[in-house]
Design a protein around this ligand. Sequence first.
Ligand code: RUG
Length: 852
Amino acid sequence: YSQLKVLDSKKQTATTEDDVLTNKDAFEESFVKHVETTLARNMYNCDNLAAYQATSNTIRDALLIDWANTQQKQTIQDGKRVYYLSLEFLMGRAMDNALINLKSRDNTKKSLTELGFNLEDVLEQEPDAALGNGGLGRLAACFVDSLSSKNYSGWGYGLNYQYGIFKQKIVDGYQIETPDYWLKYSNPWEIMRSEIQIPVDFYGYVYEDHDPNTGKAKKIWAGGERVLAVAADFPIPGFNTDNTNNLRLWNAKPTEEFDFTKFNAGDYQQSVGAQQRAESITSVLYPNDNFESGKELRLKQQYFWVAASLHDIVRRFKKNHKNNWKKFPDQIAIQLNDTHPTLAIVELQRILVDLEDLEWNEAWNIVTKVFAYTNHTVMSEALEKWPVDLLGRLLPRHLEIIYDINFFFLKEVERKFPDDRDLLGKVSVIEENAPKSVKMAFLAIVGSHKVNGVAELHSELIKTTIFKDFVKVFGEDKFTNVTNGITPRRWLRQANPELAALIAEKLNDPNYEYLTNLGRLKKLEEFVNDDEFLKRWDIVKFNNKVRLAALVKETTGVVLDPTVLFDVQVKRIHEYKRQQLNIFAVIYRYLKIKELLSQGVSVDEIKEKYYIPKASIFGGKAAPGYYMAKTIIHLINKVGDIVNNDPEIGDLLKVVFIPDYNVSKAEIITPGSDLSNHISTAGTEASGTSNMKFALNGGLIIGTVDGANVEITREIGEENIFLFGNLAESVEDLRHKHIYEGVHIPQTLAQVFSAIESGIFGNPDEYKALIDGIKYHGDYYLVSDDFELFLAAHVKLEKVFGHHGGDASDTDHLHKWVKSAVLSVANMGFFSSDRCIDEYAEDIWNIEPLNQ
Ligand code: RUG
């Protein structure tokens, strides 16, 4: 064993924890110590998994020092802190990110090589922390990275699910879900804080009592079921700074108290069972994206999480500021990521009024200064409503408080708009229809001082549609926009090391400082006419395509030629995101190629005159109960089976579905794309963030005028993006037209439907609902209206892509496409999540970075 020889030759030197980051000997010493003590193994049977565990423990030791120092510094400076409440944190793997942010990648790589390991193989051992569904959870992960990197004092609060988003298998073209038990091995990035335990109550009843001293009436919430929230902390390292914030995720545990009535009655089993049920609260992430299921366990998760977080925040505040509640909003800002944590508003009001004896108005004044709410969707199926019956049973005191909040709010509205009776019904937090329910978005607006959308178009839309009556009540200023962003540490440096290095070289920035000053990318424009640079750029893209082709081969068995156009659509599968539009266009292409071949046109001529060779690459999960999305996955896979095995077609067209799309796969897929699809029906995608990732990695975009595509176009120039499709302002009219005049199916799309109905992609009954939804049920997502516009956009873009592929000698084509890619990257600085965090800090949270 080479590693032993190496170790034998080393002197045993005492090292500080920080040395492990930069000093080979220190790293190796710590590595061996962890193999022998933490893992109780020895170097003779140290495999890649053990190497991963020993490495991560080594890095964690160093990280914990920064983390402890940061907490101490933040406590001493005692400035305002922001708490980001998100039910999802889609973190992905932690180790590579930690190595990059701590500037320890080179040392770790060298040390591991000496020990006989390959860093890339070791990194592969880490399971993804997949505690989220898609964009919303990944945004939260980017935000905590930026909070640390920009030296803010900012914590995340969430749930420590035992099972993250399910693993997706594709069997016979169908999605099969299997559980993601990501904690199979201990998680080295998690610090269990068994001493931090917060009791959380459910159910029970409310009664009125009187304070024996003051005689004041007091509400008491009693009885019910108690569960313990136990903290697990995840240090979040910043890039190029020691600032290391905390992500606190709660575990549900049974209380020690035991149901002795049941026990004494001989029902030991039941008594233990109830205790065990407590743990189910944090056992699994709900696998819905942009859809609310309204399940009791979900509401339990929400309250458990916000109650634990709020009590933790209040406890920390009281340690320094006792009962000086006036200071509370000066010390604390809480951001609600979507409506999932809205009960936090109610819980804080309850704490202040019921437990701390503040007057209602004084308490409410504090509450509304502390909270701000981010909306991520206008789609009605995603807007949360909780039935009053369910809420009142689970949280009887909270329901009373919600009614009181609504009562005082409506009184105020009535006072301001005495002649507008309708308005009261429109803005009431309570929906009176059966089942009577609480509209969480409305409650979030009433209890917050700011409400933001996540891209300009979306922020305008919420003001004119779902929240327009609130603009009337509160005025425009309460509603603002913070366009989403992504962290360039993970989405450039980590995912695309070659491109990040080329950029660092051109910017003369060996320390990669541009990664926290992303506007500096602008300087790349200076090289847009430099042929040598363009060729190098293109080679980097080619290498990334080779890496993606290897992933495709490994996961699907299909071999892709890396010189063809890689046309990618990876994201959650959803009708509004319109993977069906994409696959219909692929089918159309296949039919046309077959027609040309049958007319005797040669493959070369087809490539030359009609269709350039391309690979359509799909990936994404469908919610387990979402039939239509699962149908789309099935169709994509069946089209792939036929097209990829058609001997006449060869490299002209390939169609693949990469199973189990997740953050780690995105890190390979994103840099390897030439073109990516962001083709939602206009007005439906609040922002999208993968569009930003692809553009930052030198891929061009085909997209609709929706979400952040609009601002991306503004930044990079419309000549560098392929926009198509009907605009948001036409969508309502078109939907009406579909209903009253029927849907017009263009000839091209009709051919696709006939092919599917003929059975070439398997039993047509399986696709009936998908096609009928368009033909006969109003085509809600406007596939028929945008289909030919999509085809036309492809004709245009494929002319530009031409045949260059990886052929750097084809300078004409190379220039146009690659120049667009360079110009895109050069102008993507705005989409760093660092910029988002600065905007939130200044406009919403009123916090400043910490002195380092
Ligand atoms: O669908 C939206 C994306 O457009 C957006 O980019 C992302 C982050 O803001 O949030 C997604 N989203 C919205 N996920 N869930 C919802 C509604 O609950």
